[in-house]
Design a protein around this ligand. Structure first.
Ligand code: SF4
Ligand code: SF4
Length: 277
């Protein structure tokens, strides 16, 4: 079973919820940090990283001795990762999508494949913690996400802490999940982005529910949104100084307090049951 935790925008409490679910499971669920540009679940779960595997992608390597500057490869590249300037080839490997079209198009056989490291996948020894890291400046998270997905064996449920937003990377992460938890906050921005996240999950046909973080008394905006869309409101985490202070010190509510541990266990049970309490 795979449960994705996502939010339309950053800073809504997505990691608070996903790491709390993992902590409340007492080692019965795997936590996977798919927020590869800024993984921070480890700050709360304190895993002992036992393995680090580089994520390598193939990029074209041009043999300047064979290349006559014809530009066929640049014309074949749909991603503008190659260009000819005054008969000289220029490559922009960070834009490369590794499709191999350039090598196939080259009449001189001047293009071979080189390896390029773009990030890292790290894991603990028990298979309960996994995180991806994209190297700084790399624009494409998908290969790291693909590598993470390959390294999630069945056996125990996985909680997928997605990147913020509704990007291609989030789409790749959420694909194939059994249930999605959408984390939001009761602000106009929060609602706007919740709408986008709900649209993405609906498009993929995955059942979902909503968790409101920083909920304030009397504000029914998220409840009304959920009612209008027939999406269950699963939990409200209040706007609380105590929770915020604990979080800033790396302490999750599910670690600090028995009542919250119980609430997150219930939330986990609901998510594992596909939304049924
Ligand atoms: S492998 Fe594909 S994306 Fe990369 S440079 Fe060649 S044609 Fe462009
Ligand atoms: S297609 Fe081959 S020969 Fe032509 S510019 Fe590209 S690398 Fe050079």
């Amino acid at each position: 079973v795979r449960i994705a935790v996502l939010s339309g925008k950053g800073g809504t409490g997505k990691t608070l919820v996903s790491a709390s679910l993992a902590a409340a499971s007492g080692g019965q669920c795997r936590y996977v940090d798919f927020d590869v540009e800024e993984p921070n679940g480890a700050l709360f779960l304190h895993p002992a990283i036992a393995s680090s595997v580089p994520v390598i992608v193939p990029v074209p390597l041009i043999d300047t001795g064979k290349c006559d500057g014809c530009g066929e490869c640049a014309a074949a590249c749909r991603f503008h990762a190659l260009a000819t300037v005054n008969g000289r080839m220029l490559a922009f490997p960070e834009l490369c999508h590794h499709c191999g079209a350039c090598a196939a198009a080259c009449p001189e056989g001047a293009i071979s494949e080189a390896c390029r490291e773009i990030g890292m996948v790290e894991a603990d020894s028990e298979g309960l913690f996994l995180q991806g890291r994209l190297n700084i400046g790399e624009p494409m998270a998908t290969p790291v996400i693909r590598e993470l997905k390959k390294r999630m064996p069945g056996g125990i449920p996985s909680i997928l802490d997605c990147a913020p937003g509704a990007s291609c990377a989030v789409m790749h992460t959420v694909e194939g999940c059994n249930y999605c938890i959408l984390v939001t906050e009761p602000t106009p921005f929060g609602l706007h982005d919740l709408d986008i996240a709900a649209g993405l999950v609906g498009h993929l046909g995955i059942p979902c529910g909503v968790v409101v973080n920083k909920a304030t008394e009397g504000d029914t905006s998220v409840r009304d949104f959920c009612g209008g869309r027939n999406i269950p409101l699963l939990m409200e985490i209040p706007f609380s100084r105590e929770i915020a202070e604990g979080y800033s010190r790396g302490l999750l509510p599910a670690q600090a307090c028995g009542e919250w541990r119980g609430k997150f266990r219930n939330l986990l049970r609901t998510a594992l049951n596909g939304g049924r309490p």
